[in-house]
Design a protein around this ligand. Structure first.
Ligand code: GDP
Ligand code: IMO
Ligand code: MG
Length: 427
């Protein structure tokens, strides 16, 4: 039975939450494998809207077990408040499982995130300020604190001491900030231990056993391909691997177990934070996409930068993730344009380039080469079948599919669960 990875094919906010929720009723486990509460995944069920940050979107589907894998960075305060927020709304959160190997975001990580951004000045990344980068840095530096450390006070104290020894020097001497007391951090962290204990287990063993028993496991990515620390627009990226390989390391399953990799692809492009974005619009078309598409960050409330669809990026996402399918979202937002530009290549210092340049400077110089596709004016939000779409909308989807290198298996025509055209089944 299948293991599926569902991930962002662009710079995040493609509609991963909606797509995961749509599949939630047919899968046994939904697993977050990287990132943390920098993510903001919106799920609309009937007249209810949920914004999930750390919890897998499968938590909203009764019968589905939500799992936070070892590759995720967990802010325990955020996790507990997200859980209680959902419980107040009548969502059963008792099935949640958390890897004991996941790293913890502590107050000093959020502090470091904010001060380093301030220090970078104009060169800042525009992070979400949630402590993501500093937590992954500590993990790689081997001075991180893991969920399992919450249950051993002596080890926890030693580890916080080791981490703060170094950080307090940096905070005081480089950033002119007050040192953070070890006891204060330990006490705060220990305060979360009892509430979290019941959720913690060996999620790697659990997921491999589940796959052995033919259960269906969905790995839900945070962020997107171009925000990947290895394959994205470095240094304007997040500090984890949202790409498909990240599902293996971030959940402890081998690549041979993954059957399908679904790229969530917006029918246009958005980006939050700094960094290159060749098709970005600074005119009224960009404003129109932002307004009609509701392009405002779920996590930080920042306006999203908006631009036309970029086929070079979509093709790159197919390549680095081995995509088997696309879920094309927000096609309804494009209703009302007479013609719609689609970026088919870049012009870089006089050369036409059709693959994403691996050289950072080249990418910063990339100018989009557009092909104009005819638009449509009919409301498509009620479309249930591909044939319900106006001819020009059908042609737009087919053109994107051709350029992007994988079949479009579903199309989003609105935020709701049922506002979806399913072309090929994912299961
Ligand atoms: P995620 O981070 O990838 O889960 O995406 P976000 O939730 O941050 O942003 C996607 C936004 O688009 C949310 O407000 C969704 O409710 C909304 N959305 C998702 N799919 C569609 C769609 O097909 N059409 C429209 N109009 N909105 C959609
Ligand atoms: P979802 O899962 C869009 C961006 C930030 C910043 C960069 C690094 O909702 O698609 P970080 O706080 O991760 O160190 O910030 O990454 N970013 C996102 N952009 N969607 C997200 O998540 C994002 N998570 C981080 O804006 O540019
Ligand atoms: Mg989002």
């Amino acid at each position: 039975m299948p293991a599926l990875v569902l991930l962002g094919a662009q710079w995040g906010d493609e509609g991963k939450g909606k797509a995961t929720d749509l599949l939630g009723g047919s899968v046994d486990y939904v697993v977050r494998y990287q990132g943390g509460n920098n993510a903001g995944h919106t799920v609309v069920v009937g007249d209810q809207k949920y914004a999930l940050h750390l919890l897998p979107s499968g938590i909203l589907s009764p019968g589905c077990v939500p799992v936070i894998g070892n590759g995720v960075v967990v802010d325990p305060a955020v996790l507990l408040s997200e859980l209680s927020g959902l419980e107040e709304r009548g969502v059963d959160t008792s099935k949640l499982l958390i890897s004991g190997n996941a790293h913890l975001i502590t107050p000093y990580h959020t502090t470091m995130d904010k001060v380093t951004e301030r220090f970078l000045g104009k060169r800042r990344i525009g992070t979400t300020g949630r402590g993501i980068g500093p937590t992954y840095a500590d993990k790689i530096n081997r001075v991180g604190i893991r969920v399992q450390d919450l249950f051993d006070e002596s080890i926890l104290t030693q580890k916080v001491e080791a981490a703060l020894d170094q950080k307090n020097q940096i905070l005081a001497k480089l950033y002119n900030r007050r040192a953070i007391a070890v006891e204060q951090v330990v006490e705060e962290l220990l305060g979360y231990a009892d509430a979290l204990r019941g959720y913690v287990c060996d999620t790697t063993l659990l997921l491999n056993d589940a796959l052995d028993q033919d259960k269906v496991v969905l790995f839900e990515g945070g962020q997107g391909t171009l925000l990947d620390v290895d394959h994205g627009t470095y240094p304007f990226v997040t500090s984890s691997n949202p790409t498909a390989g990240g599902a293996c390391t971030g959940a402890g399953v081998g690549p041979t177990r993954i059957d399908r990799v679904i790229g969530i692809l917006k029918a246009y492009t958005t980006r939050v934070g700094a960094g290159p974005f060749p098709t970005e619009l600074f005119d009224e078309d960009g404003e129109k996409l932002r307004t009609i598409g509701g392009e405002r960050g779920v996590t930080t409330g920042r306006d999203r930068r908006c631009g036309w669809f970029d086929a070079v990026i979509a093709r790159y996402a197919t390549r680095v993730n081995g995509l088997t399918d696309f879920f094309l979202t927000k096609l309804d937002v494009l209703t009302g344009w007479e013609s719609i530009p689609v970026c088919v290549a870049y012009e870089i210092d006089g050369r036409r380039v059709t693959e994403l340049p691996y050289n950072q400077t080249d990418f910063h110089h990339a100018k989009p080469v557009y092909e104009m596709l005819p638009g449509w004016s009919e409301d498509i939000s009620g479309a249930k079948e591909f044939s319900d779409l106006p001819k020009n909308a059908q042609a737009y989807v087919k053109a994107l599919e051709e350029m992007s290198g994988a079949p479009v298996s579903a199309i989003g025509v609105g935020p709701g669960r049922d506002e979806t055209i399913q072309i090929n089944s994912f299961l």
